[in-house]
Design a protein around this ligand. Structure first.
Ligand code: UDP
Length: 282
């Protein structure tokens, strides 16, 4: 299900012929018919790229509040398993490093990013209330994930750098480029997401899912340029408001309880993503 605010129908065109696959265009801010049969709900409905949620703050806050409520009700009605995609943004600009699930975060409650940060935090709170009332639910906190099928105009740093490098344009680095992120390849994330939903003993649990390798944006720019053979350099731009200065997941819990660790390091993941962008990208 998608309303295509930031997603693209082409991304699932290879699945259309599969038996049992159905794609429904729907905005989850609107109620759902209760009689849709479901065994499991994976709620990933929300813009996740800063330029998209900054352009659609009300929709972002509403889909994380009302959309989550509608899917929780659907899951409750059918006794289905429920997985909530949350985000490392719930930690805000973290004062604890790396971030374990037990850290409550350092979030601006009404800044420009709060439609997303507080939207996800509200969603977490609602999920846990349904869980305490009997729903079989869990939460994953996704750290900066990238890979094939990212939009070229997604706006997040990995697709943006790759798109620009392939077009031989300088890479726009916000601030001084010393801020860090930990980048997870999409296949690793999907494995972790399925494990969190399907493993026994995950009800009511919160899991960080991300790759603990931590890189500055300048290091990322250098790596993308090396792998694409681009020599256009970087151009510095003003830092984003409320931009977290560092971020790295503590994945001890996911490793212990789900047997999950990421397998694809940044260089390998970038190689695969660049290959995909060369073929399909711009
Ligand atoms: N960033 C950048 N250039 C870009 C896009 C992003 O320097 O073209 C920076 C951004 O300011 C942030 C980091 O890269 O410090 C990660 O940004 P992104 O939008 O990918 O995700 P975030 O972790 O902020 O949600």
């Amino acid at each position: 299900m998608d309303n295509y605010l930031s997603g693209l129908p082409d991304n699932v065109s290879h699945l259309r012929q599969r038996a049992g696959f159905q794609l429904i265009e729907h905005d989850l801010i609107q109620p759902l018919p209760e009689d849709w049969p479901v065994d499991a709900v994976f709620n990933l409905a929300s813009p996740a790229s800063p330029p998209y949620y900054l352009a659609h703050p009300i929709e972002t806050a509403r889909v994380n509040a009302q959309g989550t409520y509608h899917l929780l009700e659907l899951a409750r009605h059918h006794g289905a398993r429920y997985l909530q995609a949350s985000t490392s943004e719930v930690y805000g600009d973290p004062l604890v490093h790396p971030q374990p699930e037990s850290y409550w975060g350092n979030v601006n409650p009404n800044g420009i990013r709060s439609c997303y940060d507080e939207g996800k935090r509200f969603a977490e709170s609602l999920v846990m209330d349904y869980c305490r009332l009997g729903l079989d639910a869990r939460i994953i906190r996704i750290f900066n994930t990238y890979g094939p099928r990212n939009r070229a105009d997604d706006g997040r740093v990995v697709p943006n750098f790759i798109d620009r490098a392939l077009r031989r344009l300088p890479l726009p680095v916000h601030g001084d480029g010393s801020q860090t992120r930990s980048f997870c390849y999409v296949e690793d994330l999907v494995r972790g997401m399925l494990a969190a939903q399907l493993h026994d003993g995950t009800r009511g649990e919160v899991f960080n899912l991300g790759n603990p390798g931590e890189f500055t944006m300048l290091e990322l720019a250098e790596l993308v340029q090396r792998l694409t053979g681009d020599a256009s350099g970087v151009e510095f731009q003003p830092a984003r408001e409320d931009d977290p200065s560092r971020r790295r997941p503590d994945i001890t819990k996911a490793t212990a309880k789900l047997g999950w660790t990421p397998r694809v390091n940044l260089e390998e993941g970038l190689r695969r993503t660049i290959a995909w962008f060369r073929e399909h990208g711009a």
